[in-house]
Every structure is written in structure tokens, then in C-alpha cells.
Design a protein around this ligand. Structure first.
Ligand code: UDP
Length: 320
């Protein structure tokens, strides 16, 4: 069984690679990453001989043969990163998925991590998969949102006309070990700011909400959907924690762990969605037994422990 993970050097991708390596039927695992937002150090613990790492843009992938399973995660996911290089973001998602379809063996399976950003600034809460979103196709987030939407369209059309086996997941906010400290997301920013003795930066009044999923719970959902649970459902499937928490509450929680750290308010991020919460009705139907187990408080404590240990080591060794 040949398996390919694009974005396998990233935060979520590298955790997915770890889970795939628990499978005996996976005899070859190709990790494709250009290490733009991913990091080699996310894979440095892997000694398994089945793994090969190929440093390339996914859309330029060449001469790798055909694969039984492909998981397409290659894309920046943090607003400052994708806003900095929007066309590169579109290429990774859209041309990336077209390229990966060509590398799929007949009857192979392609899994894709789409995003809750397809719901835009939602007018319904929680958001079921049937909600078509309140989105701006020319706005500052469009390179990410629209390329994820287009990739979903490509996969569903490929399924319709060619019978391709697809599994499309819409991820809500994910946090935990292996997020870059300079990723720019709320939880990683708050923790790395507090660890450096800098103020915690809340954009706007902080009343905007997200549903924060700890990475282990989210990977568990992905593994169940992609290969553990026998289901013909192609998606889209919301995967996330449905406990909705405001940004200011997350900031205050991190502050409670670093009591001398002030919270400062900065201008709101451009077109920042006001709320986000997954409707998990379909996930509960398709993934019986799956539920997020780690509350955000415990997840943040674990992330703080990881950041304190690893980022110190990293800066000492000047690792990527
Ligand atoms: N956010 C914030 N301070 C930061 C980084 C993010 O207040 O330093 C806010 C951001 O404006 C948004 C929420 O936290 O309302 C989640 O942002 P993140 O970038 O983590 O995820 P996304 O916007 O993609 O949901």
C-alpha cells in the first residue's frame, strides 16, 4: 500500500503521518512538503524506513508513480501566511489537488482537509455541512477560502464523472504541539507571547468566537474518517470541537497561566469571522465513538508545556 501525504511536514500533516505509521498495511509513505509553513523538525523523530520525504511544491510533483491513498494537506492555514502569498496558496490547493488526482491509482482514495472557512462569516450557528456560507470571493481571505472551495468542487466533480473515491473534511480551528510559534494563530501567538514576556495581542474586542480543537482529537477524527471507519460517505464532514469559546476567554486563560502578562487589544483582523462552531450531526453518524476529549484549558496547558520545552531547544540549536 503506497500512501502519500502532501503537507506532511506541517502541524496537522506531521501528526497524520505519525498515525499512518501505526498501520501495518502502509508499506511506503511519501511525505511531500516544500517546508514553506511546514518544518523538517516536525518529522525529525521519524526513523521508520517506510517514510521518504520529498521537498517540492505539491503542484510540481513529478515522477513519483501511483498511490493507493493520498491525503492532501499542503497549504498554509494561518491568515498572515496565506495573505502574504495568496497565489502560492491557490496553487498549493487547486493545482495541487489536480496534480494529486493524476497520481492516484484507479480505485485509490484521496482525502482532503478543507476548512470551516468555506462558511465565511456564518449567519447560522452551528454550521451544518449543508450551509453554503457567507463568503467574499474577492476579500482578503479569498485565496484560502476560495481555493479550498474550488478543491472541494474538483474532488466532488471527479467523483461524479469518474467515480473517484474521495473523503473531504472541513476542519475547524486546531491547536497544539508543532504549531509554529510564528504561525500567527491565536493560541500559538498567545502562548509564545506569554513565554517571551510580551503582551497577549487580542485583535478587536475579542468577543469573536471559534471552536478550538486539540490536535490529538482532530487527528483521531481524521484517522477514523479516512481509513478506520468503513463509510461510503464522501463528505463534506465537519471535524472540530463544538465547544465555542471567545478569543478573549482564550487570552484570559493563557494569562491565568502567566499572571504578569498583560492583554492588549489591536485592530481587528481583516474580515475576521464573528463566530464559528461545527454542527457535528453528520460526524456523530459517520464516526460513532468519536468525540473531542481534550477541553481547551487542558489542551492549552499541554501546548504551553510543549512550547516551553521545544521552542527553547530549537532556539538553542537554531533549528529551522
Ligand atoms: N487572533 C487574535 N490575536 C492573535 C491571533 C488571532 O485575537 O494574535 C484572533 C483572530 O482575529 C480570530 C481568532 O483569534 O478572531 C482566531 O484566529 P486564528 O488566526 O487562530 O484562526 P482563524 O482566523 O483562521 O479562525
Amino acid at each position: 500500500m503506497r500512501v502519500l501525504v502532501s503537507g506532511g511536514g506541517g502541524f496537522i500533516g506531521s501528526h497524520l503521518v505519525d498515525r499512518l505509521l501505526l498501520r501495518d498495511d502502509c508499506t511506503e509513505l511519501l511525505v511531500v512538503d516544500n517546508f514553506w509553513t511546514g518544518r523538517r523538525s516536525n518529522l525529525s523523530h521519524i526513523t521508520d524506513k517506510r517514510v521518504r520525504i520529498l521537498e517540492t511544491d505539491v503542484e510540481r510533483l513529478a515522477d513519483v508513480g501511483l498511490f493507493d491513498e493520498i491525503y492532501h494537506l499542503a497549504s498554509p492555514a494561518s491568515p498572515p501566511w496565506y495573505m502574504e502569498e495568496p497565489l502560492r496558496t491557490v496553487r498549493a490547493n487547486v493545482i495541487g489537488v489536480l496534480r494529486l488526482l493524476e497520481a492516484l491509482r484507479p480505485n485509490g482514495l484521496i482525502g482532503f482537509t478543507s476548512t470551516s472557512e468555506v462558511y465565511g462569516d456564518p449567519l447560522v450557528s452551528p454550521q451544518p455541512e449543508s450551509y453554503r456560507g457567507s463568503v467574499d470571493c474577492t476579500g482578503p481571505r479569498s485565496s484560502y477560502d476560495e481555493s479550498k472551495r474550488c478543491s472541494e468542487a474538483i474532488l466532488f466533480e471527479s467523483r461524479r464523472v469518474s467515480g473517484t473515491q474521495i473523503k473531504v473534511v472541513r476542519l475547524f480551528n486546531v491547536f497544539g504541539p508543532r504549531t509554529r510559534p510564528d504561525d500567527g494563530r491565536a493560541v500559538s501567538n498567545f502562548i509564545s507571547q506569554a513565554l517571551r514576556g510580551k503582551p497577549i495581542t487580542v485583535y478587536g474586542n475579542g468577543l469573536q468566537t471559534r471552536s478550538w480543537g486539540y490536535v490529538d482529537d482532530i487527528i483521531d477524527g481524521l484517522a477514523r474518517f479516512f481509513w478506520l471507519q468503513p463509510t461510503d460517505y464522501p463528505g463534506p464532514l465537519n471535524v472540530g470541537n463544538d465547544r465555542e469559546i471567545s478569543v478573549i476567554d482564550v487570552a484570559r486563560y493563557v494569562q491565568s497561566r502567566f499572571p504578569k502578562t498583560p492583554i492588549v487589544h489591536l485592530p481587528p483582523a481583516p474580515q475576521d469571522p464573528t463566530n464559528r462552531r461545527p454542527d457535528l450531526t453528520i460526524a456523530n453518524r459517520e464516526l460513532p465513538g468519536w468525540a473531542c476529549q481534550v477541553p481547551y484549558e487542558e489542551g492549552i496547558d499541554r501546548a504551553i508545556a510543549w512550547f516551553s520545552k521545544n521552542e527553547e531547544l530549537r532556539s538553542a540549536s537554531h533549528d529551522d
